[in-house]
Design a protein around this ligand. Structure first.
Ligand code: CAA
Length: 260
């Protein structure tokens, strides 16, 4: 990550309307979530870095943000558990007085061809990737309605649109996020709340590092831009949606042309 000085931070804050906005990013101790947290902080937002197990990685994200003069706290919560998700949102509102932007990013894979897929692997992925979205959003929605302002951004996936070999569980959860996004967008549009999804393609993270080399070669050969995306490219799409008043119920593809 390139570092920037305080004058540059000020310029970014003036350019984008995110100063003092309160943002919760689920699963932001590493990967796409960590970059989203840092990029929002650079633009003046107050960031809640949610993690489940990786406390030291989450503290590192918070330290990076505070060293740049930004504001962030780390908050442990397993968002697949409704009580812990509620507590994450309650702690956010207690600390910062509001919640403006909720980024549902937490996600896992348990890749297996369907015939070998266990019920536990199915449930784990549906709970972490999809039920978590219900848990956090239901906890945050009343505050957003009272504020008459909210941005909900769901990090779905190209796999929710196109499917992928060995990913029935993940694909079902990610497609579910897209349906959820559109329905909630309809219900909240008149209340100043936008709900959108981002569908990343294959992004350079620990998750894609686990893809077997031969499978990865075939994936890259099918990406028109012939490269994986970066976490910053996903964060930029989140910032765009957070700043937009008139985009709702949409699914923004950030995938190098891999699905159109
Ligand atoms: N395409 C076509 N055939 C495949 C295949 C593929 N990608 N992967 C495996 N197969 C075939 C095997 O060759 C084998 O064929 P035969 O029976 O004829 O030998 C058959 O499928 C069964 O293979 P396995 O016994 O190895 O199957 P498995 O149940 O152990 O699962 C796998 C293997 C998990 C699918 C493994 O191939 C894999 O990890 N693939 C990558 C999955 C992937 O792309 N994950 C993306 C992670 S990143 C992400 O998800 C982020 C995002 O949002 C994009």
């Amino acid at each position: 990550m390139t570092t920037i000085n305080k004058e540059q931070v000020q310029l970014l804050e003036d350019t984008y309307g995110l100063k003092d906005k309160v943002v919760v990013v689920t699963g932001s101790s590493k990967g796409i979530g960590a970059t989203i947290a840092k990029e929002f902080a650079k633009k003046g937002a107050k960031v809640v870095v949610n993690y489940n197990a990786s406390s030291s990685a989450a503290e590192n994200v918070v330290d990076e943000i505070t060293q740049l003069g930004g504001t962030a706290i780390a908050c442990k919560a397993n968002v697949s558990n409704i009580e812990e998700a509620k507590s994450l949102i309650e702690q956010t509102v207690n600390e910062f007085g509001r919640i403006d932007i909720l980024i549902n990013n937490a996600g896992i894979t348990r890749d297996r061809t369907f015939r070998k897929l266990s019920e536990a692997e199915w449930n784990e992925v549906i709970n972490v990737n999809l039920n978590s979205v219900y848990h956090t959003t239901s906890a945050a929605i009343n505050t957003m309605l009272e504020q008459k302002f909210g941005r909900i951004i769901n990090i779905s996936s190209i796999v929710g649109q196109a499917g992928a070999f060995g990913q029935t569980n993940y694909s079902a959860a990610k497609a579910g996020m897209i349906g959820f996004t559109k329905s909630l967008a309809l219900e909240t549009a008149k209340n100043g709340i936008t709900v959108n999804a981002i569908c990343p393609g294959y992004i350079l993270t620990e998750m894609t590092a686990e893809i077997p080399e031969n499978v990865m070669e075939s994936i890259v050969s099918r990406i028109p831009m012939r490269r994986l995306g970066t976490t910053t490219e996903i964060a930029e799409a989140c910032i765009f949606l957070a700043n937009s008043e008139y985009i709702t119920g949409q699914c923004i593809n950030v995938n190098g042309g891999a699905y159109m």
